[in-house]
Design a protein around this ligand. Structure first.
Ligand SMILES: [Zn+2]
Length: 256
């Protein structure tokens, strides 16, 4: 039996029987972890109020050799995330971030960069940064950290810098210039998803500016939608499926 203590971001909490909860959390040193919070559903539990998705905590847990599921000993709240639980939009944004972390973080492997990304994004969102911008920043950076973010600078085929836009071919995972992307487009036009110059400029800023700095001069909704669609297509191509929360967000938006 080993005892661990680490700063963590809570990803997911679900009920187990009528007394316990299972908590999934992300740490820098150990990646994604899962443990049982015994008695967390009972009235005077020591975990009361500590187990909310995206809260930052210090968690202490036991692990038995060869067992995937640990046992939580204590959870201390460092930064609550109530602000992302107060309305539907906040809840959806929060679950979108969580879905990424659940999907892209590995169990038992260090996740320093992903941890820092999630931590700083939640920090910014809790302090009031625009959620749409925050979600675009986060989704693009998850792809960057995974090495699958398409370069917004130059065409990987001919090496020329993008002028006037770029295109993501159908089923493709990288942006091409209009000339290289024109194959099979019919009538000489590019086939696939076209990304405009303003969106490319935003994607370049995103690589070098913090979320807070981006927010000072945030792009318009059209640029955000294009950036989102691009990331979504690249991510879907990589995962071969859609994140569940994204489907919900999409349907909710359509319904509004
Ligand atoms: Zn090209």
């Amino acid at each position: 039996m080993h005892l661990f203590t680490a700063e963590a971001l809570i990803l997911d909490v679900f009920d187990l029987h009528d007394r316990d909860r299972i908590v999934t959390f992300l740490t820098r040193e150990h990646g994604k972890k899962k443990g049982v919070a015994q008695g967390a559903r009972t009235k005077h539990s020591r975990f009361q109020g500590q187990l909310q998705p995206l809260a930052k905590v210090v968690v202490t847990w036991f692990e038995k050799e060869g067992k995937e599921l640990g046992r939580l000993s204590s959870v201390e709240l460092v930064r609550p995330a109530h602000k992302l639980q107060e309305d539907l939009d906040g809840i959806l944004t929060g679950s979108y971030l969580v879905d990424h972390a659940l999907e892209f973080a590995q169990e038992g492997e260090t996740s320093d960069l992903l941890y820092r990304l999630l931590d700083s994004t939640v920090e910014a969102l809790v302090s009031g940064v625009d959620r749409d911008l925050g979600a675009r920043y986060f989704e693009a950076w998850v792809l960057r950290l995974s090495g699958i973010f398409p370069s917004p600078r130059e065409c990987p085929v001919c090496g020329r810098p993008f002028a006037g836009g770029a295109v993501l071919p159908p089923g493709g995972d990288t942006l091409l210039c209009f000339e290289c992307g024109a194959g099979g487009g019919g009538r000489g036009g590019p086939s696939g998803f076209v990304v405009g110059p303003e969106t490319l400029a935003f994607l370049r800023r995103l690589g070098r500016e913090s979320l807070e700095t981006l927010a000072l001069e945030a792009p318009g909704p059209q640029v955000l939608r294009q950036a989102e669609e691009l990331c979504c297509r690249v991510r879907r191509q990589f995962l071969q499926r859609e994140l569940r929360s994204y489907e919900v967000i999409h349907k909710t938006r359509m319904g509004l």
